[in-house]
Write a protein that binds this ligand. Structure first.
Ligand SMILES: [Mn+2]
Length: 377
């Protein structure tokens, strides 16, 4: 039996320009994940035998040298502790380019770096007296045959644990650069476990005798790509694999929907968002529903920003300030004329898109008139 930590999609070096002056500090903290992992990995109770890093260890194929050196130092500590460490390049940190991190540092890379662009005979490893067969490849543009689903190398006859490690899309063929994988073909190849990377949410699939799993991204990459915060620990035995997800770190990004029709005014809405205040939290609030007041999402997010690490309000409300709009529509003023015109335009709209454009124009206009009214007060 071998104990394996399956990692993928750490995307070290990722940084969020939208964090402005705090982007560097945030990225620096995020990139410390391996350092924190080392303390956990080397704790005597873990008894890890194998660590698989299945692609997208780095956000780009050219991460900065300081980051690369620090990552290599952590990997070396794992190797020095007697753990077999395998690194598979991904599509973000593609090996293809001459200046790819794995081309530049390949010779010094701690542990096993997978570089073969095509499926081939497995690497035979002996880990604590157990035989492990490792089937893997490094997606290489122009060399890896990725036009169709990958034809995995069939399991060889040797007794032991047969493990595949691939960075690609399971049962999903896309036009994007990457490796399409078929669960049927992987099961037919006869591996005990297939460690996958590329999809960022943890997933697991059993097909015949083969267990396949995506470790998922531990840390978030913005609001559209929220991390799982979990480690994937795999117990490997021939024909008997178990996958455990272990909570590891807080997921500090959160996306919520708030129906603003329940609030009488902007102050009530503001109080409801402030009730979630957390200086560590990156929060995106999608405002939905019909407002009873004129919503100025930008002004509101500016006001509430100090209660969070980052706050983003997305205005997805359907109608805005219906009552106010109607009152203005009846005025013999410029803004009355504007509201009437925009309402007509929205009525004439024959497509969803035209309707949205008219609605947006109306809302922008209303916001501008409201701001004018405030300035004149
Ligand atoms: Mn990825």
């Amino acid at each position: 039996m071998l104990r394996c930590l399956h990692l993928a999609d750490l995307h070290l070096g990722w940084s969020a320009a939208w964090l402005g002056s705090r982007a560097a500090a945030y990225a620096g903290q995020r990139d410390k994940i391996l350092e924190r992992l080392t303390a956990w990995i080397l704790a005597p109770e873990q008894q890890l035998d194998l660590i698989l890093i299945v692609g997208d260890l780095f956000e780009t194929h050219r991460p900065n040298n300081v980051l690369v050196e620090s990552v290599m130092a952590e990997l070396k500590a794992w190797v020095d502790a007697g753990i077999t460490v395998v690194t598979v390049p991904g599509n973000h940190d593609e090996i293809t380019y001459h200046d790819s991190v794995y081309q530049r540092y390949g010779e010094r890379w701690p542990g096993i770096l997978v570089t073969n662009p095509q499926p081939g005979p497995p690497q035979e490893l002996t880990i604590r007296g157990e035989r492990l067969y490792l089937y893997s490849l490094a997606y290489t543009g122009g060399l890896t045959n990725a036009a169709d689903y990958l034809q995995p190398y069939p399991r060889v006859a040797g007794q032991g644990i047969h493990v595949g490690a691939f960075h690609g899309s399971l049962d999903w063929q896309t036009n994007e650069r990457g490796l399409p994988l078929s669960s049927q073909l992987l099961a037919e190849a006869g591996y005990d476990y297939v460690a996958l990377g590329h999809f960022h949410s943890p997933q697991q699939k059993q097909s015949g005798q083969t267990t396949m799993a995506y470790a998922g991204a531990i840390a978030s990459k913005g609001y559209n790509d929220i991390g799982c915060g979990q480690l994937t620990l795999v117990t490997l035995q021939p024909g008997a694999v178990s996958v455990d997800r272990v909570p590891w770190q807080n997921v500090n990004h959160q996306v919520i929907q708030v129906d603003i029709s329940q609030f009488a005014d902007m102050e009530e809405l503001a109080a409801s968002i402030v009730s979630l205040a957390d200086p560590e939290l990156l929060l995106q609030v999608e405002l939905q529903g019909a407002a009873h007041f004129l919503l100025d999402a930008e002004a509101l997010s500016g006001r509430l920003a100090r209660y969070f690490y980052h706050l983003e309000l997305v205005d997805a409300t359907v109608h805005l300030a219906a009552g106010l709009q109607e009152r203005w529509a009846q005025e013999q003023t410029i803004r009355g004329l504007f509201v009437r015109r925009m309402q007509e335009q929205a009525q004439r709209a024959s497509t969803e898109r035209e309707n949205k454009v008219a609605d947006l124009a109306l809302r922008r206009g209303l916001a501008a008139f409201l701001q004018g009214a405030r300035q004149n007060e």
